[in-house]
Write a protein that binds this ligand. Sequence first.
Ligand code: NAD
Length: 356
Amino acid sequence: MSEKLVIQSHRGPYTVVFDDTLLSDNARLFEGTPHFLIDANVARLYASDFHAILDYPNTIVIEATEENKSIEKTIPVIERLVLNKVRRDHTLVAIGGGIIQDITCFIASTLLRGLSWRFVPTTLLAQADSCIGSKSSINLGATKNILGTFNPPQNIFIHTGFLETLEQKDVQSGIGEIIKVHAIDGVKAFDRLAADFDRLFDDRAVLLKYIRSALLIKKRFIEEDEFDRGIRNIFNYGHSFGHAIESATNYAVPHGIAVAIGMDMANYIAAERGLLPEEHYHRMHTTLRKNYGEYATTSIPVDVMLSALMKDKKNTSTMLGLIFPVGADAEIQRVQVPPDEIFRSQCAQFLAEITV
Ligand SMILES: NC(=O)c1ccc[n+]([C@@H]2O[C@H](COP(=O)([O-])OP(=O)(O)OC[C@H]3O[C@@H](n4cnc5c(N)ncnc54)[C@H](O)[C@@H]3O)[C@@H](O)[C@H]2O)c1
């Protein structure tokens, strides 16, 4: 057991513990009366480490797919929990990435008017970003993340050993969110990360350093604006475009990679609209492009993407609410943009350029 980070929330403080003994000793996950919701791939890959959890009657194994993160597919999970006689003093324990987190957090917010929950994030994206911040987001059919709640877990246990078994695309996806958090922190933080970019993939100590710094940067914003009414909005940098890209490709592009393409697109359009010096677009483009790599050639139909973008939570009835870097310091800000022909052609131009 090593260091601990404390996050303040409307429910009081909760802790992130960097815990490298979790696989050899997971008794602490059984505290209280737990109900485990575990990712099917994690259950398979860590079957011997987690045999006590997998043999336990109140364990539900879930395939981590966007389809399973829908309200429709959440209902059978709730039915299983009810069948397993879940009570208000029981605790849900999520073991997996952002998808298992979102399902568990959403159920914990609503079932029996609220249950406590704990989280063992097993993906880079979940360890470096989504595990803190209280949010759950659930899909309604094909509409991504339209239902949600704010409900922090009681504790988060980060064991970076889980990252060893991630597929390359899921490492890139987590790095997409790490880039976003550092770009929000400012040009210097982004440049430091960009200089270390290649080492993120082959030096675990460097990656751990950036997991910690991403959590510390995010902590500042979520403690000031947990309910996303003001400053926290800028954490949606890359996300309006990213979610639209995920929808338009039927989730062929993993979340954090879509966010990396989305940041590049936001920078490109901000520069085209004269909001941002063009050299800033180029400064970030090299790193972003490396991170989304082979996904640059994924076909992203512009009109399907735009119609998904029109459904974004941050829009008003007439304007798109987008997050752009603005000005000489590339400060990340919310900007209202009309969904007109000029905007459409800027999106089309960007998508055509990256496939070259
Ligand atoms: N609630 C939030 O604050 C928040 C923030 C960002 C993203 N999200 C959501 O998170 C989701 C993306 O999460 P994610 O990137 O963690 O992906 P994920 O949960 O979809 O997992 C990605 C893949 O990795 C597998 N996996 C998980 N742990 C593994 C391990 N240790 N070894 C091998 N494979 C493993 C999963 O089975 C899955 O196939 C999206 O739905 C996104 O909307 C939520």
